[in-house]
Design a protein around this ligand. Structure first.
Ligand code: ADE
Length: 378
């Protein structure tokens, strides 16, 4: 790692902020510095690209214009507003924090990064972003952009996959950040990270801060940031059952904890559970044999008699943080008067389904089913 002198820090701030004043992106959450606006945008931007977030952000503010509106919003309406953004726990925490602000803080926001971190779903990055942008506190906001930009500028060799490394960056940025305009400084770093200093295709020849970019000057830009590889997500195979009768679809509700808690999906049955019904070693059970056991599993666990027919094509896949689901979609039929007393779900008609929010993987399953079975399209 290199160190800058006070003069270099001064020059860097001046150059960066002059560029930001000229070139900053016109984004809907930048029109004012209201903490509510900054907060909602930062939460949405955590796992999602700016271009995707913009329409969601605008609709969200139209539906929930104040923190009090968010605190009292019906959960189904909130989930519907979030549908497609994924990582729904972000939306649930957003509402929890809104209720904390209204109920515990009398509607007044904590104005420091330390105070903000007491709210649900607000970690060091989000706290730093809100404190600096909304309240002008000179604190760092270290997201992936800041890691990459500062790792390159100063050739910081610490592994950003390690939790302790955040502190190294926070210390460096605390020294370099503008005391007068910390919010603009942090946002300028974000804009730099998504324009001239991107992960794979940086354009440092044209970057306003190329003279400060030591990794670029030394020809080793793509070696930064240093990041060890995360383990690959574990693959889990499921059978997904599309069970439709006329306008009705049979859905199950997921348990209230764990992945996709409380969401409705097609019945999803882990292949390992089905294979366990066989006397053979799991590895010796062929795909055909496993599929043949599926109705037996459904009978034993749901008390339902089904016939199943595979839908062609590749399985539907969806990757979560630590899991990759591989869902083989099947159409299944049950008797019209099937007894659902052992089934953890119920029928929904298409009007109900159109008002509900579904996790992304279920949207993919709906789409695949509609493509393969166009006659069902409602
Ligand atoms: N990414 C995360 N926060 C951002 C912001 N405030 N502006 C632009 N991109 C961002």
């Amino acid at each position: 790692m290199i160190e800058w002198t006070d003069q270099q820090i001064q020059a860097f701030q001046t150059t960066l902020l002059a560029w930001y004043d000229q070139e900053k992106r016109d984004l809907p959450w930048r029109r004012d510095h209201a903490p509510y606006h900054v907060w909602v945008s930062e939460i949405m931007l955590q796992q999602t690209q700016v271009q995707t977030v913009i329409p969601y952000y605008n609709r969200f503010m139209a539906q929930f214009p104040t923190v009090a509106d968010l605190a009292t919003a019906p959960e189904a309406k909130l989930m519907k507003a979030w549908e497609g953004l994924g990582y729904y726990s972000r939306a649930r925490n957003l509402q929890r924090a809104a209720r904390q602000i209204v109920d515990e803080y009398g509607g007044e926001w904590p104005q420091t990064a330390a105070g903000l971190q007491k709210l649900a779903g607000i970690g060091p990055y989000t706290a730093g972003a809100i404190a600096s942008i909304a309240f002008n506190e000179p604190v760092p906001a270290v997201d992936g952009n800041a890691f990459r930009v500062f790792a390159r500028l100063l050739k910081i060799d610490d592994d950003i996959a390690k939790p302790q490394t955040r502190q190294v960056f926070e210390q460096v940025i605390s020294r370099v950040i503008s005391q007068e305009r910390p919010g603009d400084f942090n946002q300028a770093i974000m804009d730099l990270g998504s324009s001239y200093m991107t992960a794979k295709n940086p354009d440092s020849d044209h970057s306003p801060v190329k003279a400060f970019n030591q990794a670029y000057l030394d020809g080793v830009e793509l070696d930064y940031p240093v990041k060890t590889k995360k383990p690959r997500p574990v693959e889990v195979a499921y059978y997904g059952l599309a069970i439709q009768q006329g306008d009705r679809t049979l859905m199950v509700k997921r348990p209230s904890d764990g992945l996709l808690a409380n969401f409705w999906t097609y019945p999803l049955i882990a292949k390992t559970d089905v294979v366990a019904l066989s006397d053979a070693e799991p590895a010796d059970v062929s795909d055909e044999a496993a599929l043949a056991l599926l109705p037996q599993w459904v009978k034993a666990n749901y008390g339902l008699t089904v016939t199943v027919t595979p839908i062609g094509g590749r399985p539907v896949t969806h990757t979560f943080t630590h899991r990759k689901w591989i869902v083989t979609l099947l159409t299944a039929t049950v008797a019209p008067d099937a007894d659902l007393s052992f089934f953890p779900g119920k029928w929904f008609d298409s009007a109900e389904i159109s008002t509900m929010a579904f996790p992304k993987v279920q949207d993919k399953l709906f789409k695949r089913f509609a493509k393969e079975k166009p006659m069902y399209r409602g």
